[in-house]
Write a protein that binds this ligand. Structure first.
Ligand code: BES
Ligand code: MN
Ligand code: ZN
Length: 497
């Protein structure tokens, strides 16, 4: 991982950097506090640059102008916040992303965190900083030769805000979340020869430093517990399977925890039902659900969230091999139900079936939310814009929907029902693991639901959002870390005492 921004917080009293960044509104008012820093020359420059570039302060738009020699900075960067009236809908993290996108490596910049008209709260300023950090993330661990020599150089950023102490406080929590997102991105981006189940478990174990209790279950323990569906997926791999339980106890001792469960297939070849070769390398990201859960646990612990939270991830590699499971095999899951394997490429649901059952049985959580790159079909249905949401609980859906709107990590509810459930009945066992193409995301969710009792539960199919999503203001990385901000927000809004 590389995070090129080096952030410093200072009051709005001077300009010390090479670049000066100011926020301008539609119609082009710069904030009074920025005007002092701009100086007369700067104001004139801004006015001229704006007329030449036809930039009017549209939200997330901007311009970069070379400053006159007498100015105390070398470049002036203006970033738009849009119409003055629409301030409620302005996404401050996106704005931070747009700002960071205009900075250059090896340079220093002063960002004036002040709006042209209204007050900018410390929370909003911190959200801008979060967006900047997320935008500046790059996974370049395996690049031994960078194309441009200065690409890796840091950017020294001074955040200029009226009340640096208040910003410092607000930023602490946002930084915890940014680091959680970046941890998730790192895990998704890592190649599958490096990040296999045991290595993933070791990385999760590092959360102990933040006060997370981490328990790693090995194959012997998993067999004893009875997670035979999960083990069946991993049996064709030379790499051993693992389940990791992470516990953050920030709430009252007696309070039931909230639980997050992740699919962690560190590589999905499809197994004996092998996938076609084209694009198979993307299946290193088939652990994005587990990565999100790990990143979320990091965020909650690092910001000392007042909640009891459990993260459970099922880590396996799905490989074809002499010992791999076959189509036609029948396995018994932890729930005691039997499953006919129709397609070894429908492996994620086998992993989750055991982990869901285990989590509800052992922890009696308030709710369970699982995340999984579960089906290609969800990409067909929703593209990269929304995660598929399947749930047995309307209230939980409503809260997830609101947290999605607040963070930009949006979800779209999909149906569940008897008729879909019937589609996974099997001729030989209690159920089958695949019902073919039609309604593929829904039948996968029905399979999961057969392993959930009446615990409020939501399944997020993140095959379209967790990896390979289009560039956004806050993300340029293949692995997006999707879901960390969403679930952190859900916890923050509803489950902290
Ligand atoms: N990991 C895949 C789903 C996936 C596809 C994730 C594309 C990300 C991008 C999953 O294990 C899978 O192979 N699902 C099958 C299910 C089918 C065999 C019933 C699918 O979607 O084709
Ligand atoms: Mn698969
Ligand atoms: Zn998979």
């Amino acid at each position: 991982m590389s995070q090129r921004l080096k952030l410093e917080l200072k009051p709005l009293d001077a300009v010390t950097g090479q670049d000066l960044v100011v926020l301008v509104a539609d119609g082009l008012a710069a904030p009074g506090s920025a005007r002092d820093l701009l100086g007369e020359a700067g104001e004139e420059l801004l006015a001229r640059a704006v007329s030449v570039e036809r930039f009017k302060g549209k939200a997330l738009g901007g311009l970069t102008a070379l400053a006159p020699q007498q100015a105390p900075y070398q470049r002036l960067i203006a970033v738009g916040v849009g119409p003055l009236a629409d301030r409620d809908t302005l996404d401050f993290a996106k704005l931070g992303g747009a700002i960071a996108g205009r900075l250059a490596p090896g340079r220093s910049a002063d960002i004036v965190l002040a709006l042209p008209d209204a007050e900018l709260s410390a929370e909003q300023a911190a959200e801008i900083a979060l967006g900047m950090k997320l935008r500046a993330y790059a996974f370049d661990r395996y690049k031994t030769k960078s194309k441009e020599p200065d690409e890796a150089e840091p950017i020294g950023v001074t955040l200029r805000f009226a009340d640096p102490a208040a910003l410092k406080k607000a930023l602490k929590a946002r930084e915890a979340v940014a680091n959680g997102v970046m941890l998730a991105r790192d895990l998704v981006n890592e190649p599958p020869n490096i990040l296999f189940p045991e290595e993933f478990a070791e990385r999760a174990a590092k959360l102990a430093k933040l006060g997370v209790e981490v328990e790693i279950l090995d194959e012997k323990q998993l067999r004893k517990i009875g997670m035979r569906a999960l083990l069946a997926v991993g049996q064709g791999s030379r790499r051993e399977s693992r389940v990791v339980v992470m516990r953050w106890n920030g709430g009252k001792g007696s309070e039931a925890p909230v639980a997050f469960i992740g699919k962690g297939v560190t590589f999905d070849t499809g197994g004996i039902s092998i996938k076609p070769g084209g694009g198979m390398e993307d299946m290193k990201g088939d652990m994005a659900g587990a990565a999100c859960v790990t990143g979320l646990m990091h965020a909650l612990a690092a910001r000392k969230a007042k909640v009891n939270a459990i993260g459970v991830i099922g880590l396996v590699e799905n490989m074809p091999d002499g010992n791999a499971q076959r189509p036609g095999d029948i396995v018994t899951s932890l729930s005691g139900q039997t499953i006919e394997i129709i397609n070894t490429d429908a492996e994620g649901r086998l992993v989750l079936a055991d982990v869901l059952w285990y989590t509800q049985d052992r922890f009696k959580p308030k709710f369970m939310i699982n995340l999984a790159t579960l089906t290609g079909a969800i990409l067909v249905a929703l593209g990269h814009e929304n995660a598929g949401l399947f749930s047995n609980d309307d209230a939980l859906c409503e809260r997830l929907g609101a947290a999605g709107q607040a963070t930009g990590e949006t979800v779209w509810r999909m149906p569940l029902g008897k008729a879909y459930d019937k589609m996974i009945d099997s001729k030989f066992a209690d159920m089958k693991n695949s019902a073919g193409r039609y309604g593929g995301s829904i039948t996968a969710a029905q399979f999961l639901q057969r392993h959930v009792n009446d615990t409020p539960w939501a399944h997020l199919d993140i095959a379209g959002t967790g990896m390979n999503s289009p560039n956004s203001e806050t993300n340029r990385s293949w692995g997006s870390g999707w879901g960390v901000r969403l679930l952190d927000r859900l916890v923050r809004d509803h489950y902290e005492r």
